[in-house]
Design a binder for this molecule. Structure first.
Ligand code: NAP
Length: 223
């Protein structure tokens, strides 16, 4: 598969690229194609120095090219930029393209980290993105509770669960498969996309727990 990562120059983008280049071609997307090319070169060099079994190629392109060419597209961008990025890109994705939304509507307040959706009564990231999807059932939300630091550290075995929400059975199966390709990650179905806010709210819980209890990049595992 060809996996495009919009905002692939960020920390999560690097983690996804390093974890999935074993089996897939990766398109690192950026608003700035040169920045994307430089990030791709850096990720290739990390993959080589860590001796990752990379069967796929990592290439840097502008966000629009990544959107047009991908079989799976990850929206690895801040919540605040969903409207501008999705309105520009999602009309151009292939009909069959599966879109993954790991976006967390996170804000820092005097109390700690909170969910913008609860705090300001705004839509979940999933609901906001879904407005721009040509085929609404191709949107799947996942990866809210895995930290970029853990994803990037490919020597680390990630013994964690990943909540998955969506409205299309086949797209969710594809995303479950991509989660399982990352050793010891387990997909956990939460329900339809309308419940994505529950998965998104797990991130501020983890960050507050991490800060107040001096934990190191905690994740979630249901036992
Ligand atoms: N970091 C984590 O540990 C973590 C964990 C779980 C979920 N998430 C979620 O995953 C997503 C990506 O996380 P991240 O930490 O990688 O994010 P990030 O570093 O803040 O941003 C990722 C990329 O988004 C692009 N971007 C920044 N500002 C933008 C703007 N105004 N308009 C369009 N694009 C913009 C940038 O790419 P270009 O400048 O190259 O275009 C940037 O490299 C976020 O929604 C976050 O909530 C993060």
């Amino acid at each position: 598969m060809k996996i495009g990562i919009i905002g692939g120059t960020g920390g999560m983008g690097k983690g996804f690229a390093l974890r999935w280049c074993a089996n897939h071609d990766i398109l690192i997307g950026s608003r700035d194609a040169q920045k994307a090319r430089e990030a791709a070169l850096e990720y290739i060099s990390s993959a080589e120095s860590e001796h990752l079994p990379a069967k796929g190629k990592i290439t840097g392109v502008d966000n629009l090219s990544a959107a047009k060419d991908s079989d799976v597209l990850v929206l690895s961008i801040p919540y605040e930029n969903i409207d501008s990025i999705c309105s520009q890109l999602l009309p151009y994705v292939k009909e069959s393209c599966i879109v993954i939304c790991p976006i967390v509507p996170l804000t820092k307040t005097s109390a700690g980290f909170e969910l913008i959706s609860f705090r300001e009564g705004k839509p979940s990231a999933f609901e906001l993105v879904q407005k721009y999807m040509k085929i609404k059932t191709n949107l799947v939300s996942a990866f809210h509770t895995i930290s970029e630091k853990k994803l990037i550290d490919t020597k680390l075995v990630l013994d964690s669960d990943i909540f998955v929400c969506g409205d299309g059975e086949k797209p969710m199966e594809t995303v479950n498969g991509l989660i399982r390709e990352i050793k010891n990650l387990r997909p956990i179905q939460l329900g339809p996309g309308s419940l994505s806010y529950l998965a998104e709210s797990a991130t501020p819980i983890l960050i507050n727990a991490m800060i107040r209890n001096k934990m190191k990049n905690p994740g979630i595992k249901i036992i």
